[in-house]
Design a protein around this ligand. Structure first.
Ligand SMILES: Cc1cc2nc3c(=O)[nH]c(=O)nc-3n(C[C@H](O)[C@H](O)[C@H](O)COP(=O)(O)O)c2cc1C
Length: 175
């Protein structure tokens, strides 16, 4: 089973990306969590480009299509969803690869309540299926942990493992 992990942060030392990288390390061997790497390469969404879409967009759509589910972890910027993540989601609105896709929302900061609520609304109106039992918030702000530090923290690692297991169960229940 392949799960595509999308971080809403382009920051090199991003906590949200570290959380998703930890998920790639903590997933059971039969679950392949792949970190999407081209978020910052997607052009600004423009409906005029949809009939002749750039290869990076086609590749993004293909990765969504072939993934059984999506893990999204995003920071909050000015009480909203980072533009780079909203831009990526806008590219998916006109297609059918996202419809019904199971999504687990990870969150590296308990303070980021506005962005989580907004993401939930956006993904729901796009007909994604948010799996609440697999959606987690970890207090990683100011912890100075990378993915290896998260994996080495028994409490955090367990929360991530349990969330992935719940996500896999939810995906399998509908396959
Ligand atoms: C431009 C900017 C705006 C931010 N706005 C908020 C905000 O509205 N609410 C909040 O809780 N944190 C806010 N933060 C803090 C980030 O959410 C926090 O630093 C988070 O760790 C960034 O995610 P990352 O480590 O994955 O890059 C903001 C950070 C930046 C750079």
């Amino acid at each position: 089973m392949q799960i595509l992990a999308i971080s809403g942060s382009l920051r090199r030392s991003s906590l949200n990306t570290a959380l998703l990288r930890a998920a790639t390390l903590l997933a059971p061997s039969e679950v392949h969590v792949v970190l999407y790497s081209d978020l910052g390469e997607l052009p600004h969404f423009n409906p005029d480009l949809e009939d002749d879409e750039p290869p990076v967009v086609s590749d993004f759509r293909a990765q969504i299509r072939t993934s059984a589910g999506l893990l999204i972890s995003s920071p909050e910027y000015a009480h909203g969803v980072p533009g780079v993540l909203k831009n990526a989601l806008d590219w998916l609105v006109g297609g059918n690869e996202f419809i019904g896709k199971p999504v687990a929302l990870f969150n590296a900061s308990p303070r980021s309540t506005y962005a989580q609520a907004s993401l939930t609304e956006i993904l729901t109106v796009m007909s994604g299926r948010i799996v609440t039992e697999a959606s987690i918030t970890l207090p990683l702000l100011d912890k100075h942990l990378d993915e290896h530090g998260i994996v080495a923290n028994p409490e955090f690692a367990n929360v991530v493992r349990v969330a992935i297991a719940a996500f896999v169960r939810a995906i399998e229940a509908t396959q």
